[in-house]
Design a protein around this ligand. Sequence first.
Ligand code: GDP
Length: 301
Amino acid sequence: MFEALSGKLNGVFDRLRRRGALSEADVSEALREVRIALLEADVALPVVKDLVNKVRERAVGQEVLRSVSPAQQVVKIVNDCLVEALGGGEGVEHVPGLNLNAAAPVAILMVGLQGSGKTTTSGKIALRLRARDKKKVLLASLDVHRPAAQLQLETLAKQAGVASLPIIQGQGPLEIARRAMQVARGELYDVVILDTAGRLSIDEALMDEVAEVKAATRPHESLLVVDAMTGQDAVNTARIFNERVGLTGIVMTRVDGDARGGAALSMRAVTGAPIKLLGAGEKLDALEDFHPDRIAGRILG
Ligand code: GDP
């Protein structure tokens, strides 16, 4: 694991050894490599600083200096710190997914910027809840800004084998959300997935709209959908949505691309909200549980 970083650290320690005994300052040189590797993986700077400090504390405590393979030991410490920062740790194989322990109908609010994969992810979650968890699911699109959005969700609902809220032209997002909850109560749905509108960038009107819908529907989960490829921007998006709407979890999409996944670490650190699921492709079955150790491995590759 972490071959690139391991290689660099081996280089650093070999060079230092040739000079004689290792000092604490030498560990600092190794930590510089760790820092660069994290920055290259798109982890936000304040998060990198915290993490490197944690690694330093442990490295000193564990007497890396006297170790026969200091590079390997530093790599292990970095790995452990990353896994913990991502919500994992000893005995935690993956982060628990959605929490639907509430009286039906349970609402899931999907928020995020346009193009993040929100609508696709709504369909993926619907399919999983129906097929795996045997839930009766209703999908509702609140996106009245993009003409095709409601039809797109209707098509996805059909593919997922779940119902979608009938479209009534002229209704606003709040009206649609209330209608969805009413239909769900009347027709005994277990879960209602509310797919809100996105925008190309964050604006006040979007935040107000989402906050209003949240207040009216009291969702049990408020999930931010973020494209892993957006790197540092993902962190700002997560911070603002968390401040204005309050998030219970994050879904990171496009992990099938070549993004390193550093955004996951930053988003988790900035919001405190767990990464609950990953989108790994365009198809509806491409939804994965979040394994902290796998993303840690990918961040430092
Ligand atoms: P929305 O505007 O946030 O609702 O985004 P959409 O759900 O419409 O997705 C935008 C595009 O991203 C579509 O072409 C999707 O097929 C694609 N997409 C969504 N999730 C993933 C993913 O996990 N991996 C890949 N490769 N593409 C995805």
